[in-house]
Design a protein around this ligand. Structure first.
Ligand SMILES: *Cc1c(COP(=O)(O)O)cnc(C)c1O
Length: 364
């Protein structure tokens, strides 16, 4: 199969074609280096330039203020579920507040319980995680060590439009599945983490953006790799960083800057794309049932159901025949999930919308 299909996978997920082509073109020998990016030492000038470029592009794209540090770590978002409370909660009297808006928020909370005291600021369980809390719904402790949120619940398809107000308490955000999909007011956050393989690059690297004062909480007793302060001191070079993943992330950031025109433009495109699918859901007379409440709908992961399991199976099979892949919902929620990250072209979403309309006409 040499033809590319439209890949709606939740992650690892579609990457921009120009990024793949550039990586392919330069794979055997980086221009001016004479070696592959897979072969160069992380301590040499070639990789040093890549690391600094990736960092600088993130600073520019997200307008990251000077009192924040950008780290490139391994272990995925899952390791951050532990690393965040190890550094910010362990051995403290205070508790951490967790906002549970779906499967990933719940997992983050479970891991935090191993490190310290945890309080549930809100839990969407009774509604099947189809909505988000309003400001009045949150039970926040003004003395909490931090508040943890998940900006986009990849499995349920609910996404915050704005940050909850946590006052002086640092806000920690798992932004794995909407990182770089829109501008973010970084100064509202204490720490943001995102594994790259949803929207920012390949698996293997996780970006952590952390406010400098929070680094003081990291205890020297922590294993070196798991210590944010040490990772910041060593500029993500405490050990060998995931060089290839950082290289591709840099190419993705360059694509966002030079071909898309920044994160506001990206957000506009993402709105267009998701609206196209939601409009088909809403105009289907109940044939397609969206999982998320309309006000909380994700621009990244569109989740919906068909009337029966048989129709769902038929939908998935027919979609593949049309080159629309990986639309099956997560086993915990069922139904259909169309992940339409930054790199999903408008043509893919248009093809999906047309297929959905035709399928409903045939089976509705
Ligand atoms: C995918 C995902 C994770 C898990 O990421 P890993 O890199 O597999 O550990 C965590 N949180 C969110 C929101 C995700 O989408």
């Amino acid at each position: 199969m040499t033809q590319r299909v439209f890949n709606f996978s939740p992650g690892p997920a579609v990457l921009p074609l120009p990024v793949l082509e550039r990586a392919q073109r330069d794979l055997v020998s980086l221009p001016g280096v004479g070696m592959s990016v897979l072969e160069v030492t992380h301590r040499g000038p070639a990789f040093e330039a890549i690391l600094q470029s990736a960092k600088q592009r993130l600073v520019e794209l997200l307008r990251i203020p000077a009192n924040y540090r950008v780290l490139f770590l391994q272990g995925g978002a899952r390791l951050q579920f532990s690393m965040v409370p190890m550094n910010l909660l362990r051995a403290r009297e205070q508790a951490a507040d967790y906002i549970l808006t779906g499967s990933w928020g719940k997992s983050a909370c479970q891991e935090a319980r191993k490190e310290g005291r945890v309080q549930i600021a809100w839990d969407g369980r009774d509604h099947g995680y189809d909505r988000l809390p309003g400001p009045a719904d949150l039970v926040l402790d003004p003395a909490a060590a931090y508040v943890h949120m998940t900006s986009n619940e990849t499995i349920e398809g609910v996404q915050f439009r704005a940050e909850p107000d946590t006052g002086q308490v640092p806000l920690v955000c798992d932004a794995s599945s909407d990182f770089l999909s829109r501008p973010l007011p970084i100064a509202r956050y204490g720490l943001i983490y995102a594994c790259a393989q949803k929207n920012a690059g390949p698996a293997g690297v996780t970006v952590v953006i952390v406010r400098e004062d929070l680094l003081e909480r990291s205890s020297d007793a922590l294993p070196g790799y798991l210590n944010f302060r040490l990772q910041a001191q060593e500029d993500s070079m405490y050990n060998t960083p995931p060089t290839f993943a950082i290289y591709v992330l840099d190419l993705v950031a360059q694509w966002l800057q030079e071909e898309i025109g920044g994160l506001a433009a990206m957000q506009w495109l993402n709105q267009e794309k998701s609206q196209l699918v939601y409009a088909v859901v809403d105009a289907s007379g109940g044939f397609y049932q969206g999982h998320a409440q309309p006000a909380c709908r994700s621009l990244m992961n569109v989740t919906f159901r068909l009337p029966t399991e048989e129709l769902q199976a038929g939908f998935l099979a027919e979609a593949e025949q049309r080159g629309l892949y990986n639309l099956k919902g997560h086993r915990s929620v069922g139904g259909i999930r169309a992940s339409i990250y930054n790199a999903m072209p408008l043509a893919g979403v248009t093809a999906l919308g047309e297929f959905m309309q035709q399928f409903r006409r045939q089976h509705g």
